[in-house]
Every structure is written in C-alpha cells, then in structure tokens.
Write a new protein. Structure first.
Length: 252
C-alpha cells in the first residue's frame, strides 16, 4: 500500500471519484420516468387503434346511425347498425338485404343537416357512427332483371310473378291499398336494384322517385354494404336477416 501511494497509483474507485469531481449529476426520478413511459405507451395505443379502425372501416364493416323511422319496426330511430362492406362485392346482393347506399340522386334533398366538423372527423376515422346525412337505408325488393308488380290479384307485391309475404312490414303498412299505396309495374334494369322501406307509410323509397332520371332504381355501385346487426342500444340488439323464405322460389 505504501508503494502505491509513493508511485501516485490510484484504485479504480478513486479514479471515478476524481473524474466526476465538480460535475453535477441529476438522478432520474422514477416517477418522471414512469410518466414519460406511460405517455409513450398511450400514444402508441391510440395510433394503433386509429389505424385498425381505418382498416376495418375501409375494408370490413362500418357503423351507421338510423335517423328516421322509414325502416320501423325493423330499425328504430337512434339505432346503430354495423354494415358489411363486403357486399355487394365480393358477396353478391340478395333480395331482402337491408342495404345502405349513397344518395347520388338527391332523394334526401338539400335540407339534411351536416355533422359538425369534430363529429365528421370522428366519422372519417371510424370512431363514431355515420350520421347518414348522405346515405339511406332500405330493403332490397328487386334485383337486376326482376319484374316487380304492386299489387297483384292477392293484394301483394309480386316478384317475377310470385306473390311475397312480407313479415318485416311495420304494423299498419298493409291496408286497403295493400303493402303500398303507390302502384307500379316495372322491370329492374341491369346494374340497378329496387328498394323499399319496411315502414311503407313513412318511407321515401324507390316508389316516390320514379320521376327522377334514375326512375327510382338505385345503382348497385352506390351500395355501401349490407346491414347485418343492430349494435346499439343493447335493448335493441339483434341480427338483421334478409328473410330467405319470403323470397325463396322466385325464378330469375
């Protein structure tokens, strides 16, 4: 030990002490470190959630808000439904499907309120249901090539000469005029569909837009998807069917 001192030799611990002499070292507080780490984790989770929401909204399904009673009793005002975006492609449309479609022909008019900017932002990112300010929701009654008549000798709508029973109609929709007070006899053009609301007495559907250029038919290219479930409120939760028995046996 005496030799080391005389030669001016220092141990490693002594060297560290001298090298840090005069330097202020602030210890990292555990709480601050935990807060920073937590903020980073939350930010990452939010980014991932938004990206997943965009992917789901773009390719799989999308939420819509029901603003009117045109589809009662099937859908109530204020219901939120999920729409399958794989319809009409690659999954084909079927008679009886409840579809959401873009209002490219001006059925809604110009008095429909637009969502607030913040609400629209949430809608765009799939974080809020679409308020349907530019969309409509109706049931598919006729596909391309179908011959649809209202009403036949039985007082019912017929599709390709087959009368259909419509159990989904709102109470009171069938009266002295049958399932529709508006009469029609038509063939659905290629690439189009004929749609009607389940609440026939309160639905501005294909029947009431025959004077427009589209003659009341909806282009399949305007179809966003097929509603398959009522997601909210919980009390109204349920699967939306297309009533295959109603449309079975119809020749195309």
């Amino acid at each position: 030990m005496k030799i080391k001192r005389s030669l001016g030799l220092l141990s490693d611990s002594n060297k560290d002490a001298r090298s840090t002499e005069g330097v202020n070292i602030e210890p990292v507080h555990p709480i601050r470190k935990a807060i920073i780490s937590g903020i980073k984790e939350i930010a990452i989770i939010i980014v991932i959630a938004v990206l997943l929401s965009l992917i789901i909204k773009t390719f799989l399904f999308r939420a819509f808000y029901i603003p009117s009673g045109s589809m009662e009793e099937t859908l109530q005002v204020g219901d939120r439904v999920f729409v399958n975006l794989l319809v009409p492609e690659p999954i084909s449309l079927k008679r009886g499907d409840v579809v959401v479609f873009k209002d490219s022909q001006g059925w809604l008019g110009n008095n429909v309120p637009k969502p607030a900017p913040v609400e629209q932002l949430f809608i765009n990112f799939g974080l809020a249901p679409d308020s349907s300010s530019e969309h409509l929701i109706k049931r598919v009654i006729g596909l391309p090539g179908d011959h649809i008549v209202c009403c036949d000798s039985q007082g019912k709508i017929s599709v390709n000469d087959k009368s259909i029973n419509e159990p989904y109609l709102a109470p009171g929709s069938t009266n002295d005029y049958g399932p529709s007070s508006s009469k029609f006899d038509l063939i659905v053009p290629e690439g189009k569909i004929w749609v009607m609301g389940d609440n026939r007495n309160n639905s501005s559907d294909s029947r009431f837009h025959q004077e427009l250029n589209g003659k009341g038919f909806v282009p399949i290219s305007d179809v966003v998807g097929s509603a398959f479930v009522i997601a909210w409120p919980i009390s109204n939760w349920g699967i939306l069917g297309n009533y295959p028995d109603t449309f079975s046996g119809i020749d195309h």
